[in-house]
Design a protein around this ligand. Structure first.
Ligand code: PEP
Ligand code: MG
Length: 885
């Protein structure tokens, strides 16, 4: 015979904490607490298998269920010394749902079940409190009608209000036993009118009605939506817990409360919670009365005058504190607890692992390990890598008021406030004048880099999670909200419109790049704390991970930040932004627009010393760690002049007319630049560009080695390769340039030449390409774009809907699409290594900082991931968890 029902109580239980799949979280923990000898009201759990059976069999229960429930109820009756439905001495129970994981949306709780017109008299007599009995009965009718029979709560609240008006009183507590009797009659009438049937008087009908409602609620729309959003399988089902009632509303020596064994927002090792005297659990949640503090210290801190539980019920509080200690030791984690005190006796109603902020998670994990309750590995597994984001950037003060204007994509975490400005130049000017600014653009381009750098935060109306704004902001560690579609920016008029409101240049705004919120005015922010617990946990993580973590950085500032965050090298140093700075851009434009190789070489000669200086600095900061430098990638038109004065400047330098220059510039126009003349295709057409860059790299490497005596390890990376031929041709050029520099300088440095795998063809042809490569770095931004055929700049508009419809589980530009893009990474890895078993493999797309993608990279066997500086700690922790899993 299948066991469907599990009993608990009186220091024993048929279930255990590790039976969550069968008993649900609540049921399993009630059983565990009972076994631990904690005061748990006796009860029974109907297993999740009954839920599955129920839905597999046209909403019928297994035939043995009724008998098993009856038997378990008998055990409760014996334990409590009362009988279900007995008019003289009635047993009352609560009925609650309980899935494996807590699941809002489902039927929650029915209390005081077992009351009817007869048993209420018995309760009145035994409790010697008529008012309590009738109040309990009306609460039961109200709850049962609402959650089981579907008669809305407000009908009953209206009746109560009406009655209070008639009596001329304000509070529920002003109502007497007789008032509740009148209201009970009115409630029953209301239910009868609404349903055409009387309120059930048979206690067994009541019980099975509530059990059915719990199972029924597994499939209601709200619950389904929640499951979908949280990846909870339909098959899990819910359990039902039926438990003897204990009453926190039996007078001044009774109470009910909720508590955490440590502070869930700071992680401080102090009890945290609230309680209410003479109340039932729902009163705490409903917020009708303001709950009081649990401890004296908390009360004093809050400046509250109502006594804390520690002061008003010192003895019971002492018992509760020892239960907290026992539970934490037993579960080896911070617990979230519900309890009731009935006439001076403590009862435990629930315990579970408490939800907590990232800050608290860190502190609790480190302190539990320090106390020897858990080991370092467990501590490392306890902190969710993605949650570290909250800690690495300034965050909004949760207590500060905010006026939310709109919401965009949470493109780069951190919160910032400042004056709204609409151009990069203005951002720079204002910043120089000492003002904090938020740069607001419809979208950003490489030309805006200086403004993005100067700004405290970046807001764009268009663009997705790998748009220019998002990628660059993450790299710089600037908070960014991208794709805030409700915003219209009129840069000329220096105004931004959104939902009928206006923000003018200079108006203060705040953005939260972790939530995507845009707020009007200045919202206070809090600074991150990177020493202490954070440093300790990261150190532990590093001892367990095998995957290396590098960074994507292309300025000395980013490089320095990344080292502080523990980067073990640079996995991607993009060189394009270096071309935009100050006077360089003129030389760059001259190069692009000159018609002859000689003209281009002349312009490149001007760029060489500047580029060399860039690399020298970065090599110095990385001190011996590998640095992967990617040769120029974006289409040339990105560098073209736009304004008339820019055209004049370049025409002057080239000695041609503005008209001619404009014609030439026009010829560079491409319909689809992402798939156009970019990446190594530029190197093939204009080898002198890559030669200049290679020279700058090797000259810088030689200079730093000579000066510091430390080895420099440059890795020259060729972008957007589709064929082996492209790579071998360009490799030869790089090698030739290296040889020249080493002869000129009489000094040789070790270096590597490799490629990015960012096109499907390159992944498929990896075996061949590996012949000419010392390393591969998977450029999963472009690989996602080209494998799925969706534009990284335009896809945000429909991806959101795709994710909602579950076509993609997540935005594939954020978390690697393992089935498609990931498969190409696997193929590239296997085929590359089939040619060169020691081929060095990394990833440098945005996915390198996404925990799930990092775990995927570990499984595939890559050597390293590379991500923006501020995500380095996240990747380190994710890599450790991948190794420990
Ligand atoms: C990539 O494509 O994944 C990559 C890292 O290069 P970029 O984002 O510069 O195109
Ligand atoms: Mg790319």
């Amino acid at each position: 015979m299948t066991k469907w029902v599990y009993s608990f109580g009186d220091g024993a239980a048929e279930g255990r904490a590790d039976m969550k799949n069968l008993l649900g979280g609540k049921g399993a923990n009630l059983a565990e607490m009972a076994s631990l000898g904690l005061p748990v009201p006796p009860g029974l759990t109907i297993s999740t298998e009954v839920c599955t059976y129920y839905y597999d069999n046209e909403r019928q229960y297994p035939s043995e269920l009724k008998d098993q429930v009856a038997e378990a109820i008998k055990a409760i009756e014996t334990s409590v010394g009362a009988t279900f439905g007995d008019p003289e001495n009635p047993l009352l129970v609560s009925v609650r749902s309980g899935a494996r994981v807590s699941m809002p949306g489902m039927m929650d709780t029915v209390l005081n079940l077992g009351l009817n017109d007869q048993t209420v008299e018995g309760l009145a007599k035994n409790s010697e409190n008529e008012r309590f009995a009738w109040d309990s009965y009306r609460r039961f009718i109200q709850m049962y009608s609402d959650v089981v029979l579907g008669v809305d709560h407000y009908h009953f609240e209206e009746l109560i209000d009406l009655h209070k008006d008639e009596k001329g009183v304000d509070l529920d507590t002003d109502l007497t036993a007789d008032d509740w009797k009148v209201l009970v009659a009115a409630f029953k009438k209301k239910t009868q009118e609404t349903l055409g049937e009387p309120f059930p008087q048979d206690v067994h009908d009541q019980l099975w009605g509530a059990i059915g409602a719990v199972f029924g609620s597994w499939r209601i729309e709200r619950a389904k939506v929640y499951r979908k959003l949280n990846n909870i399988p339909e098959e899990w089902g819910t359990a039902v817990n039926v438990q003897a009632m204990v009453f926190g509303n039996m007078g001044e020596t009774s109470a009910t409360g909720v508590a955490f064994t440590r502070d869930p927002s700071t992680g401080e090792n102090e009890y945290y919670g609230e309680y209410l005297i003479n109340a039932q659990g729902e009163d705490v949640v409903a917020g009708i009365r303001t709950p009081q503090n649990l401890t004296k210290a908390a009360r004093e801190k809050a400046g509250a005058k109502d006594l804390s539980m520690e002061e008003s019920m010192p003895e019971v509080f002492g018992q509760l504190a020892s239960v907290f200690e026992k539970l934490e030791k037993h579960y080896k984690d911070m617990q979230d607890i519900e309890f009731t005190v009935q006439r001076g006796k403590l009862w435990m109603l629930q315990t579970r692992s408490g939800k907590r902020t990232a800050k608290a998670a860190l502190k609790i994990a480190v302190e539990l390990a320090a106390d020897g309750l858990i080991d370092e590995k467990t501590a490392v597994m306890r902190v969710e890598p993605g949650a570290l984001d909250q800690l690495l950037h300034p965050t909004l003060d949760p207590d500060a008021p905010r006026d939310v204007l709109t919401r965009g994509l949470p493109a780069s975490p951190g919160a910032a406030h400042g004056a709204a400005v609409f151009t990069a130049d203005e951002a720079e000017e204002w910043a120089k004048a000492g003002k904090d600014v938020i740069l607001c653009r419809t979208e950003t381009s490489p030309e805006d880099i200086h403004g993005m750098h100067a700004a405290k935060g970046i807001l764009t109306a268009r663009g997705g999670m790998t748009s220019h704004a998002a990628v660059v902001a993450r790299g710089m560690g600037r908070p960014c909200v991208s794709g805030a579609g409700a915003i219209r920016i009129d840069a000329k008029a220096e105004i931004m419109h959104c939902m009928g409101r206006e923000i003018k240049k200079g108006d203060l705004i705040t953005i939260d790049g972790a939530s995507g919120e845009v707020m009007i005015g200045e919202v206070k922010t809090l600074q991150p704390e990177l020493a202490g617990d954070f440093a300790t946990l990261m150190e532990w993580a590093d001892t367990y991970r095998t995957l290396k973590v590098r960074t994507n950085a292309d300025t000395p500032a980013d490089t320095t930040t990344a080292r502080e965050f523990g980067a073990e090298g640079i996995g991607l140093c993009r060189t394009e932004h270096m071309f935009f700075e100050g006077e360089r851009i003129v030389a760059v434009r001259q190069m692009i627009l000159s018609e002859t190789e000689a003209g281009r070489r002349e312009a490149l000669a001007k760029l060489l010393p500047m580029q060399r200086a860039d690399f020298t600095e970065i090599f110095k900061i990385m001190r011996g760690l590998p640095v992967t430098i990617r040769l120029l990638d974006p289409p040339l038109h990105e560098f073209l002049p736009r304004e008339d004065d820019e055209f004049e400047q370049v025409a002057g330098a080239l000695g041609i007319s503005v008209e001619k220059l404009k014609r030439q510039a026009n010829e560079l126009h491409e319909f689809n630049p992402m798939l156009g003349h970019r990446g190594c295709r530029l190197g093939i057409s204009y080898p002198e560009i890559y030669e200049m860059q290679a020279r700058a790299i090797f000259e810088a490497a030689v200079a730093v080695e000579k000066e510091s005596g430390e080895t420099v390890v440059p890795e020259v990376m060729i972008p957007l390769v589709a064929t082996e031929k492209e790579l071998s041709m360009l490799r030869q050029r790089v090698e030739a340039e290296a040889a020249k520099v080493f002869t000129e300088q009489s000094h040789t440095v070790e270096y590597m030449v490799g490629t990015m795998i960012e096109l499907p063809r390159a992944a498929l042809q990896a075996a061949k390409i590996a012949q000419s490569a010392d390393f591969f770095s998977f450029g999963t931004n472009d690989l996602t774009q080209t494998a799925i055929g969706i534009s990284r700049d335009d896809a945000a508009r429909f991806l959101d809907e795709y994710v909602k419809l579950d076509i993609f589980a997540q935005d594939p530009f954020v978390s690697i699409d393992q089935e498609g893009v990931g498969e190409l990474v696997k193929i590239g890895t296997e085929r590359g290594r089939s040619t060169k078993p020691d081929l060095k493999l990394g990833i440098c797309g945005e996915h390198g900082g996404d925990p799930a993608s990092v775990m995927f990279c570990h499984d595939v066997g890559l050597d390293y991931v590379s991500c923006s500086p501020f995500r380095v700690p996240i990747a380190r922790l994710a890599a450790a968890q991948a190794a420990l899993r």
